[in-house]
Design a binder for this molecule. Structure first.
Ligand code: HXC
Length: 291
C-alpha cells in the first residue's frame, strides 16, 4: 500500500525498537527505505535486531544506543551522540513502554515510578531533546507516540500506564500546536490488543486469549502489519496536515463497552425473537389502552 522509496533519505529513532511493536514498525520503515536508530536498555537485544534487519534489508543502516530513557541526562547524551555520529533525525517514535497488571492498592510508589518513568517522563525527555534540535536547525520532523485506548477511558489495574499514556496524549496535542509552525508534527496511535512477548507476559498473565475474541467487534486481536501500516502512514510527509491526532487501531473495542446494548452482541436468533415478541406485546397493550 506504500511506494517502495517512501522514506528514502530519512532516519527515524524508534525507542524500544529492539522488540515487540517497536521492532515491527522498525521493519516497516526499513522496508520503505528509511535508516533507523533504535534504543533500549538491553544492548544485546538491540544488536541482535539491528543485525537481523540489516541482513533482511541490504543497504539499510540500523544504529543502536543503549539508554534508559527515564534518566534525563542519559537521553540528552544519547541524542547528542546520534546527531554527532549518525546525523540529524527526521522522526521519532515514542514506543518504549513498561506496564504490568496489578491491583492499584498493592502498588508501591516505586512500582508507579517504574512505569511513569519510562512512559511519562521518558517520552517527554526524548521528544524534548529531539524537538529543540529540530527547531534550532529549522528541520521538519514527525513524532509518533504509541499509546492505548485507555487514554480516553482509563482502565482499572493499569493505572500508572493509563495515567502516563494520557499525559503523552496531552503532550502530543500541546506540542502539535506549539511546534506546528516549525514543521514539527506530533501524532499518536492508540492500539488495542496486539500480542507481543513483553506485553502479553505482563498484561495477559492468565493466558486468556479468547477474552479478546468476545470483547472485540472484529472478534480478534490486532495484526502487527496493521499497526505498522498505520505508523508508516502517519510518519510520511504526504499526510503532514494530520497534526495532534490520537488515532485508535483496536477493531472498535474501545467504544464497544460504551454502547448501552453492547452486551446483546452475544444474543442468538431466539433471544431476538423473544425481544421482538415482548416489544410487540407491550405496543399492543398500549394501543388497546388507548382504544
Ligand atoms: C506489583 C511490581 C510488579 C508487579 C514490578 N513491580 N512488577 N509491583 N506488581 N507485577 C514493582 C517492583 O516491586 C518495584 O517496587 C518496582 O515495580 C520497580 O521494579 P523493578 O523490577 O526494579 O523495575 P524495572 O527493572 O525498571 O522494571 C520495569 C517494569 C518491567 C516496567 C516493572 O516490567 C519492565 O521493564 N517492562 C518493560 C517491558 C514491558 O513492560 N512491556 C509491556 C508494555 S505494554 P518495590 O517497591 O518493590 O521496589 C504497554 C501497553 C499495552 O505498555 C497495551 C495493551 C492493550
Amino acid at each position: 500500500m506504500f511506494k517502495a522509496d517512501l522514506f528514502k533519505g530519512k532516519t527515524f529513532l524508534v525507542t524500544g525498537g529492539g522488540t515487540g511493536l517497536g521492532k515491527t514498525m522498525l521493519d516497516k520503515f526499513l522496508e520503505l527505505g528509511a535508516d533507523a536508530v533504535i534504543c533500549g536498555r538491553r544492548g544485546s537485544v538491540l544488536e541482535e535486531t539491528a543485525h537481523e534487519m540489516m541482513g533482511k534489508y541490504q543497504g539499510r543502516r540500523v544504529h543502536t544506543y543503549t539508554c534508559d530513557i527515564k534518566v534525563a541526562p542519559a537521553v540528552e547524551e544519547m541524542i547528542d551522540a546520534i546527531w554527532r555520529e549518525v546525523g540529524p533525525l527526521d522522526g521519532l517514535v515514542n514506543n518504549a513502554a513498561g506496564n504490568f497488571i496489578s491491583q492499584t492498592k498493592d502498588l508501591s510508589p516505586r512500582g508507579f515510578d517504574a512505569i511513569a518513568g519510562i512512559v511519562f517522563h521518558g517520552s517527554f525527555y526524548v521528544t524534548h531533546a529531539c524537538g529543540k534540535r529540530w527547531i534550532a536547525e529549522g528541520r521538519k520532523a514527525s513524532v509518533l507516540s504509541i499509546l492505548t485506548t485507555w487514554v480516553w477511558t482509563g482502565s482499572p489495574y493499569v493505572v500508572p500506564s493509563a495515567m502516563s499514556k494520557a499525559g503523552v496524549a496531552v503532550m502530543t496535542q500541546s506540542l502539535a500546536v506549539e511546534w506546528g509552525r516549525y514543521g514539527i508534527r506530533l501524532n499518536a496511535i492508540a492500539p488495542g490488543p496486539f500480542p507481543t512477548e513483553g506485553a502479553w507476559a505482563r498484561l495477559n498473565p492468565m493466558g486468556e486469549n479468547d477474552r479478546y475474541k468476545d470483547r472485540n467487534p472484529m472478534q480478534r486481536v490486532g495484526r502487527h502489519s496493521e499497526l505498522a501500516n498505520m505508523a508508516a502512514f502517519l510518519m510520511c510527509e504526504e499526510v503532514e496536515y494530520i497534526n495532534g491526532e490520537v488515532i485508535a487501531i483496536d477493531g472498535g473495542a474501545g467504544i464497544m463497552g460504551a454502547g448501552t446494548f453492547s452486551n446483546m452482541l452475544g444474543y442468538g436468533e431466539q433471544d431476538w425473537q423473544k425481544i421482538r415478541e415482548a416489544i410487540q406485546s407491550t405496543n399492543a397493550a398500549d394501543k388497546a389502552k388507548r382504544g
